[in-house]
Structure formats: C-alpha cells, structure tokens
Design a protein around this ligand. Structure first.
Ligand SMILES: [Zn+2]
Length: 568
C-alpha cells in the first residue's frame, strides 16, 4: 500500500469521524440526580448543552468528555435536575397584573380587606384605579355584616375610597367587587340591566351591592379599559412591560420555562413577539387567542405561529368559555346545585357561537381550548367537538378544567382524542366545600376524576390557573399526589396521580397538549435545554416533605435565568 493510499485512508477515516462529531458543549451540568422523564433513559447524572439544545445525557464521565475551554460547568451538588416545568393553564398578563395588585388571599374578614384597600388609597393619586385579588367570603372567619347571599356590600369599601375606583377580584376569577366610584365611572346604577350570563347582585331595594358575577364583570372592566385606552401609547406600553417582566421573573423563580397562556388578545400577541425579540420575554409562551377577539380565517392564518422568535412564541389555539366557576355557582350543571336547588349554573357563551369558532379552528388547524367546569358544560363541549372533529382524533382539542363530569362522559375524552386540561391544585383548594355545592355522590363520581380519565385512555394537561391559584408547579404537584385538603383530610384518594404521573403532567404531558413533545418536556438529546434544579427528588422524598422542595435554578435554552438566593 503506497504512502498516498495510506494517507487517503486516514483522511477518509477522520472525515467519517468528523461527520458524526462529538459536539462541543457550551454548558455542562454534572453531579446531578437527573430525572429525564424519557422512558428510554429514566435517570442520568449529567447533561451537555450545545447552543440552546441538549447535546447529550449520561454519566458524569461521559458528559465531561464534551468539555472544551469555553464550556460553562455547573456542579449540581447532587441535587435533582428535571425538565423545565411547563405551566399548563394560566394567565400570563393577568399574573403580571396580579403581581402588581393587592393580594387579598390571606385576608380573614371583610373589614381586613377594607383596611388593606384603605392603605393602598393613601399611597395612590386620586382617580388611579386600585386592584385587589383573591378574596373569598367562604374562607373568612366570620360572614360580612351586612351581606347579600353571603357577599359583602360595597358601602364600607366606598367610604375609604371616594376618589379611587376599586375593583377586587374574587378568588374564583369569576366575580368582582366594585366600589361606588368604579360603578359611577361605568355608569352602573339601579336601572342597569343584568347582562346575559351574568349577575348584578342587588340589595332588597334593587341597588347594586358592588358584586358583579360572570359576564356582569365586563360592565366595570370595560370602564377601566376605556380609561386605559385614553392613556398615551407609551404609558400603556410601559405598564404592559412592567406586567410582562413581573410574570416572567415569577415564572422563572417557580422553575417554569414554558407557559400555556389561557387567553391573549392579538394586541398581547404582537407585544409578546416584540418582547421575545428584545429578550425581555424569558418564558416560552404557547398562547390561546382570547375568546372576545374577532376571528376570521385570514386573521387566524396571519397569527398562526409555531416556535416563532427562537421557540419563544407559539400561537395555534383559541380559548372559549362554556360556563363559569363552581364557587360562584356559575358552573353549568346537569342537575341543580345541592345547596341552591333553584339554579344549575350558567352557559356563558351561546353554544352555537362556540360551534362556529370550532369550525373555523378546524379549518385553520388551530386547537380549541374551551373552559368547562360543570358536567353540563363539559357534555355540551364534547358534543360540539364530536360534531366538528368527526372522528379526527389528531387535533388535540382541549377542555380547560374538565372539573365535574357525568360518569357517561368520562370515556368520551379518550374516544374523541380530547385532552382534559385539569388544575390539580383546584381540587385541594376547593375540595372542602365541593360536596356541599354538588352533593356527596356527584363529588365522588365525577369531581376531579384524574385516574378515571387516565384509565379510560385520556390525556391530561395540568396547570395552576394563576393568578387564581399561586403559580407553583410544586404546590400543584403536592395537590396531585395527595389530594390533601387544608383540614388534613383527603378528597377521594383513589383519584390521586402517582408521583411519576404528576411530574409528567407538569412537563411532558403539557408539552403534548401543545404539540411540543418533540421539543420539550423531557431531558432528551435534541430537545430544548430547559431545566429546573430542585432541592429534593420529588419522586422519592417523603410526602410531608414535598411542600418544602425549593427551586434552586432555572435554565432556559441552556442559559441560567434564575438562581435561588445562596445558590452559586
Ligand atoms: Zn383560566
């Protein structure tokens, strides 16, 4: 063999090797207990990242061979690395706004809330709108005096806020308390007609009490939007940016790298796109178009985007509302409420208009995500999906909440390929009063029936519905695996998720529910390098220690975007 032939052989061999080269790692995280959620390799010790993708997963010794002079090395100190959490249903800008408003969740009485608003008024200019959120009259130590149907009256609130419009959102997200100033700006008085699908709660003389439920909220909120619309454009933009920054930071702090936004306007979407481009947005958003947007085939085509702006923004879903919430008895039930036999709840959007949207969505290849909490709401939505999908189980349409189901409807999710997008934390937040609302039997047979759904072959997504609940995947995880209520009892424990199911529900299953399981949701070579480092292994830590698990670090696309205080 001549020297030249021999030389040619080596060149060929080297060329072959460099055709499947070992990529150089930009980041290596090693000495970690890696839970991959990839069934092909459930555990590992280290990951190598190249650009914004996972290059390799394996042992420390293997992964450290990817190291070069420029590799950033992170010693995880034996802590648990999981795929970045994906929030399965929450409200991104609503969360941002909530983070900038008065938190009323811990208040234990109506006078305490009035006092909190009073101190906010002292710090605000006259005319500024003041927002609070998260009050719930059933969580107070004593009922308000006076009250109408258990709800307080606006009078004491209005007395401390004569010059500032005040809007306090109910914890359910389906009702508000407005003060006199807000009602005056909205032109609401005793003559105001009650809108369809809504309730203006009135006193014995017919005067509005300040409580507006379901569709009636819009009367007040429109007045706020009108005022906002009158602000100069740069003031509005600055406000939105503040909300987006708050929501982004809060997501990262909670270990969240992906976020299903349950309702954004086209305006919001334009804004998200700019924020992604400028690097302000550091949470990958998968967005449902808000239900009140005017939809045309042309507009849907223009706004459909998958992995836009470097995989930060996807728009391919539309949100709809079939009914309200259980707390305000707005959930649309097949039978009357057990604790108020005169009502079975409300249908909030005419079903034929949801049908029209579903047809439009099918043509434009959008997912439909319809809010349905009551068993009647769920049945009606399944009927519409069945009618439009006609056996096509590939579309991954979703029912948001899927909270109370008639036994006969449970298998229809799997049959129709419809995803039950549940909020496991709603079960433990509300479980104490659910049996009173709908009776023991409906609670046992059809409330939060995650295992029944899974066993019938259905897929679940899982979210917190923040700002209705705290944006904490770990709290949501604890709720999913324990169903433990605040009094220590367990809400029909046979429907708990296993630890592994619960962790998948907050990562891989949410990726699936967004058509993103090839990009996200597990620690697999080729996927986006989104990780969350936890202070304990959620699959093995004793149950009572789950609430103490902390997020130590959040990595988005190979870049460390959050570190807990004290973490180096
Ligand atoms: Zn929601």
């Amino acid at each position: 063999m001549s020297v030249f032939v021999k030389h040619g052989f080596w060149v060929l061999l080297l060329t072959l090797i460099s055709c499947s080269p070992q990529p150089e790692a930009d980041l290596i995280i090693y000495n970690a207990g890696v839970i991959t959620l990839d069934d092909a390799r459930p555990t590992a010790r280290a990951v190598a990242v190249s650009g914004d993708r996972i290059a390799a997963v394996g042992s420390d010794s293997l992964i450290l061979t990817y190291r070069t002079a420029k590799t950033e090395l992170i010693d995880a100190g034996g802590q648990t690395l999981i795929p970045g959490f994906i929030e399965g249903h929450a409200h991104f800008m609503g969360l941002g706004q909530a983070l900038l408003t008065i938190d009323l969740r811990a208040a234990q009485s109506w006078p305490e809330i009035v006092a909190l608003v009073d101190s906010a008024v002292q710090k605000s200019d006259p005319g500024t709108w003041i927002f609070g959120r998260g009050w719930h009259q059933e969580k107070w130590l004593r009922p308000p005096v006076p009250h109408v149907q258990g709800y307080p009256l606006h009078t004491s609130l209005s007395a401390v806020s004569p010059d500032n419009p005040v809007v306090l959102s109910h914890a359910s997200g389906h009702g508000i308390m407005a003060n006199q100033k807000a009602m005056a700006l909205a032109g609401v008085n005793r003559e105001t007609a009650t809108p369809d699908g809504g309730v203006i709660l009135r006193d014995a003389s017919g005067q509005p009490t300040g409580i507006f439920l379901e569709n009636a909220e819009a009367l007040i909120l429109q007045a706020y939007r009108r005022r906002q619309g009158e602000l100069p454009a740069d003031a509005r933009r600055a406000m939105r940016l503040k909300m987006l920054r708050a929501a982004t930071a809060h997501s990262l702090k909670n270990g969240i790298t992906g976020f299903h936004d349950a309702g954004a306007s086209f305006d919001d979407i334009d804004f998200f796109r700019q924020a992604a481009r400028s690097g302000e947005l550091k949470t990958r958003l998968w967005v449902m178009i808000a239900p009140n947007e005017r939809l045309t085939p042309d507009k849907l085509k223009r706004y459909r985007m998958v992995g836009a702006e470097n995989n930060m923004l996807t728009v391919r879903a539309i949100k709809q509302y079939a009914d309200g919430a259980l707390g305000s008895r707005g959930a649309w039930m097949l039978q009357p409420y057990s604790d108020r036999p005169g009502t079975s709840g409300q249908n909030t959007t005419p079903m034929d208009s949801i049908l029209k949207v579903a047809r439009l969505a099918y043509e434009a290849d959008y997912q439909v995500c319809t809010h349905a909490i009551g068993d009647r709401g769920n049945r009606e939505v399944l009927d519409i999906y069945e009618q439009v999908l006609r056996g096509d189980i590939s579309r991954r349409w979703r029912i948001e909440h899927a909270q109370h189901l008639a036994v006969a409807d449970i298998p229809r999710f799997a049959d129709l390929g419809v995803i039950a997008s549940v909020q496991t934390v709603h079960c433990t937040s509300d479980g104490l009063w659910v049996p009173a609302r709908i009776g023991e039997e409906r609670a046992r047979e059809g409330a939060y029936v995650w295992q029944k759904l899974l066993k019938s072959g259905a897929r679940l997504a899982n979210g917190t519905d923040a700002p209705v609940e705290r944006l904490s995947p770990l709290k949501n995880y604890y709720a999913a695996v324990t169903r433990r209520l605040s009094d220590g009892s367990v809400f029909f424990g046979d429907q708990k998720l296993t630890r592994e199911e619960a962790l998948k529900s907050l990562t891989l299953w949410n990726a699936y529910a967004a058509f993103e399981e090839k990009e996200k949701g597990s620690i697999t070579a080729g996927k986006l390098a989104d990780f969350t480092l936890l202070s304990a292994n959620p699959l093995t830590v004793p149950e009572e220690k789950i609430p103490a698990i902390r997020v130590l670090m959040t990595v988005l696309g190979g870049s460390v975007e959050y570190k807990a205080p004290g973490q180096n």
